[in-house]
Ligand binder design. Structure first.
Ligand SMILES: [Zn+2]
Length: 293
């Protein structure tokens, strides 16, 4: 554009000034394209051990440093989620974790009061999901508590964030075919071929890739079946960090940088979809302009 303006206004003797303008315009273009890809992190926790180390503004600063614009947060207990969401309602998407004193990954699905606890919290808050919770077998996905929780998710149209391998996820869809599931860590150890089978089978299955970044980029490039999988289902993968310990918060910037390394090896549109657009489609942009493109 600068060159066009210059040519309209100047004759040949103006060239030096025109070249300066052109160079400035090119520099500005380079700076814009060098801006890191925005990330929507769909797996953060702000559980009680993090509270004395990082207050909510410090968590916001961690995200800023990693150029993470929006994040899905859950915590043990739930109060951490409410604190972050209370401070930055546009930045943090609250997800209700059923864990609290005495109720944890190993027993929540058998704990009858947990269904009432989840129902009461859902009535009060603006949660967009329930989780992240763990299921270690398909049987654990069929308890009364899990049936009730799955029903609540369907009735509200919100997502379940599930840490499980493929069989419990399939069991949840058998209970409630209308469920929307965000599959934590894409099953953690589930091979890409099996993830693909699950995504082919269940249209309402999305997966976040926390803890998978090392495997995806194992050999300096996208490894084995990962590239075709990420491209085939580019509309359903998302980025996650999983800050379940303080050491993960310490390493936060490096974790997100590792994700950016494999994203950079994908076609630009696929990378954008996985970095933030898929999450925006599911959880909204929170009014954040940069996430709207
Ligand atoms: Zn997990």
């Amino acid at each position: 554009m600068w060159r066009t303006l210059y040519e309209m206004r100047c004759k040949a003797r103006c060239w030096p000034a025109g070249r300066v303008l052109l160079a400035l315009a090119l520099l500005a273009g380079t700076a814009a394209s060098a801006e890191p890809l925005p990330i929507f992190d769909t797996h953060i926790h702000y559980s009680s051990p993090a509270w004395p180390e990082y207050d909510p503004p410090a968590i916001g600063a961690k995200l800023d440093a990693a150029h993470v614009l929006r994040a899905l947060v859950s915590s043990t207990p739930d109060d951490g989620t409410l604190r972050l969401h209370g401070l930055h309602p546009h930045r943090f998407v609250p997800v209700l974790r059923p864990y609290r004193t005495g109720v944890h990954s190993g027993n929540w699905f058998h704990d009858a009061p947990t269904a009432d606890y989840v129902a009461a919290r859902l009535r009060q808050g603006s949660y967009q999901g329930i989780g992240e919770f763990h299921l270690h077998s398909p049987e654990q996905a069929r308890t009364d508590v899990v049936r009730k929780v799955a029903r609540m998710a369907v009735e509200r149209g919100i997502v379940l964030h599930v840490h499980a391998d493929a069989a419990p996820v399939a069991a949840l869809f058998a209970l409630e075919p209308e469920l929307k599931i965000l599959w934590g860590h894409a099953g953690m150890v589930t091979p890409p071929e099996d993830i693909r089978r699950m995504m082919d089978r269940f249209a309402n299955l999305w997966a976040e890739l926390s803890f998978r970044e090392g495997e995806i980029l194992a050999s300096g490039d996208l490894h084995g079946a990962w590239r075709p999988l990420l491209i085939a289902h580019s509309g359903r993968f998302m980025i996650g960090s999983d800050t379940y310990t303080n050491s993960r918060w310490e390493a936060y910037e490096a974790i997100i940088a590792d994700h950016r390394r494999w994203l950079a090896r994908l076609p630009a549109e696929v990378a954008r979809a996985i970095a933030y657009r898929n999450a925006v489609r599911l959880f909204g942009a929170g009014g954040i302009e940069r996430l709207r493109d």
